[in-house]
Design a protein around this ligand. Structure first.
Ligand SMILES: CSCCC(=O)C(=O)COP(=O)(O)O
Ligand SMILES: [Mg+2]
Length: 244
């Protein structure tokens, strides 16, 4: 590992004890999320919500949508319209994400698609797990959706690699407090945690919380933007990350 171009993450104080990774754009292709998962949810979420409206879990999420939309008196059809609008906006709403995850379950189990995970992400995550580094996911997709993607991945079931999952129930991904809450939940000093993402605002928030960060910029446009930010080490793939 003496390649001078290889990114080495020097430890501020302790070594990296745990890695927390984003999914969309980081472990997995943005196109899989936007061209496969989102259209599937756009098509099947309305009938899913109607069919399961009396299920207590779905009913509670529908109520959460009404509250988040500040529309407490609206009927189910209006809630479904709101969810459609939020999907069009790619709003990172916790109840929407929970409902999407429940809808995707059908797609994965029917074999309509498998979860895309980059080859380099699989290889590095396997090596880190072998090296006894704990690996966590933090995504706006619900924990259910995260588990599904890695259970039904292109590479088979990868869930053994992960020690835990966080979604927006711990807080939004662009807020400093979310990363502090994750560190507190893991019982680790923030500086011993490494957060991987393709989004600068998420990395900025993590760095402000004291985490080590790495910008996974998989295409040239993102690499240029990432390098201009200058706050985070930049890699084109997980292969370029060398942990000390
Ligand atoms: C868990 S796969 C679905 C991803 C998703 O719904 C999403 O909004 C992407 O969020 P991320 O935080 O992984 O960029
Ligand atoms: Mg992302």
């Amino acid at each position: 590992m003496n390649d001078p171009d290889r990114l080495r993450l020097e430890e501020p104080t302790p070594d990296v004890r745990a890695i927390i990774t984003d999914i969309e754009g980081t472990t997995s292709d943005i196109a899989f999320v936007h061209d496969v998962l989102f259209p599937y949810a756009r098509e099947y979420l309305p009938e899913f919500v109607r069919a399961r409206a009396d299920d207590p879990e779905v009913a509670a999420l529908v109520e959460d949508v009404r509250n988040e939309a500040d529309a407490t008196d609206v009927d189910l059809d209006r809630v479904i319209d709101i969810l459609g609008q939020w999907m069009d906006e790619d709003r990172k709403s916790t109840p929407l994400k929970a409902l999407q995850g429940m809808v995707w379950q059908q797609g994965y189990t029917d074999g309509d698609f498998t979860g895309h995970v980059y080859d380099d992400a699989v290889a590095s995550m396997q090596a880190w797990a072998d090296d006894r580094r704990a690996l966590y996911v933090y995504s706006s997709g619900s924990v259910t959706a995260q588990r599904l993607l890695f259970t039904y991945s292109d590479h088979g079931d990868l869930t053994d690699l992960f020690s835990g999952y966080f979604d927006t129930r711990i807080g939004p991904k662009k807020k400093i407090r979310s990363y502090k809450a994750i560190a507190a939940e893991l019982g680790e000093p923030p500086s011993s945690l490494l957060f991987l993402s393709d989004v600068g605002d998420e990395l900025d928030a993590a760095a402000e919380a004291g985490l080590q960060t790495c910008w996974v910029a998989r295409d040239e446009d993102t690499q240029e933007k990432a390098r201009m930010n200058e706050r985070h080490p930049v890699v084109a793939s997980f292969e370029d990350i060398e942990l000390i």
